[in-house]
Design a protein around this ligand. Sequence first.
Ligand code: FES
Length: 76
Amino acid sequence: MAREVRHDADGPAVFDADDLGDDGKLYVCRCGLSDGALCDGSHNATADETEGVRYKYEDDDPGGERRLLERDRTDG
Ligand code: FES
């Protein structure tokens, strides 16, 4: 599973102590679906994605329509 997302930022995200979770850890989004650089739980929309498939979420919105873009040709 992979997904295609659009990033418009042209610089780094800056974090401080206020960004830390209650457990003192920083949760940086890696799924590309959060509204910001930090995880906001949007990755839950990817729970049923299939390995070897590339997806695109409409407007990069985890609640938006999810389209299958491509299957990995080496994946069976
Ligand atoms: S990893 Fe992207 S929202 Fe959690």
